[in-house]
Design a protein around this ligand. Sequence first.
Ligand SMILES: [Fe+2]
Ligand SMILES: [Fe+2]
Length: 475
Amino acid sequence: MTGINYSEKIPNNVNLAEDRTLQRALEQWQPNFLGWWGDMGPEGSHQYDVYLRTATSVDPQGWAQFGHVKMPDYRWGIFLNPKEEGRKIHFGDHAGEDAWQDVPGEHRANLRRIIVTQGDTEPASVEQQRHLGLTAPSMYDLRNLFQVNVEEGRHLWAMVYLLHKYFGRDGREEADALLQRNSGDADNPRILGAFNERTPDWLSFYMFTYFTDRDGKFQLSALAESGFDPLARTTKFMLTEEAHHMFVGESGVSRVIQRTCEVMNQLKTDDPAKIRAAGVVDLPTLQRYLNFHYSVTIDLFGADESSNAATFYTSGLKGRYEEGKRTDDHRLKSETYKVLEVRDGQLAEKDVPMLNGLNEVLRDDYIKDSMAGVGRWNKVIEKAGIPFRLTVPHKAFNRQIGTLAGVRVSPEGRVVSQAEWDAKKDQWLATPDDRAFVASLMGRVVEPGKFANWIAPPVMGINRQPVDFEYVRFG
Ligand SMILES: [Fe+2]
Ligand SMILES: [Fe+2]
């Protein structure tokens, strides 16, 4: 593994110095990126020294170097996992052929679309989270927010590198457009729905990093199987960073639950009004937040039947989650898969060709993975002796994409009338009142070792530092 020359403007392990044209193109894009970071990145943070993890290479020694750094000076680098000699495409019509080191002409438009769609989510989440630093519940959490933000910035770099290196002029135009679209912008929004939602409070942030960054894990895992080798190697390295984002979400929600349960036991009550009056988030409100973030996120996997999904797979561009561990023929031409539809007023399964159902396959893999963490949250509640359990809503609940879009379904999976939906939706999804209450809890707590009342401290600090370490120096 070659080390990174930090005297270069753009740290990388892709021999950037040997490709002058590419280097110049990226050096022209870099000030636009920094301008975007200044305008749309974490608000008011530019002078802070933040204890951040920086990748200086992709090996175990180099990928997580910790130290205090001002975020605008963060070294957003370009890193690909090492090349596997002789790697073959292992699914679709090209299975058995050598993996592509360049973009095959016939797949160029689809590959560009896949990379742009992934790339668009990265800066979107930074934009969605840009005000959160003003209401951080602790210095530890503030640092975690910034870590997630700089790494999403690096993921943008990863996709921009592919666009510049392999897609010529249209790639450069797409790279510029990634900085021009903005989350929630009425005229020029981000590509995918969930990335135009607001992340207005820290409970939303933890839910987002648990559920929506996990969508990232599954998309990146599917792209890590790609026959286009540079994409596979790039996304493999991105996955190592993604794990921390999901940790921030899982542990964040868990700490909120823990604190709520402590207060419930102190007050010996499960009355949401009393629990709220004590300044913590009641469990039914948590459930409604969960229902919202979960349902919005599973829409990101796309329509349940999709000819694009079939094309991406058959042409070797995007595999399944853990494609290599599956024992079928990796062509799937004669396989079927079950998707949902409404029949006689009820949800019913139907078989579709698996190739067309691959979005649903990935969504179901995602659902299994996200349920595991919800089970761990329930353990916290159980340990506190409280007879309440969080549940994951039915996958047909509150969907906006695919066959189930607009069908009214309860969290248990019962098709309901519009009238019943209207009467009950405030029990099922976070309401303006819930959001106003959660917002009322948000206040900046940033003395080392201090935590807002509504959240428990973490079990340990970052990189074996103590919990009360000075993770952010305000200067
Ligand atoms: Fe990312
Ligand atoms: Fe992420």
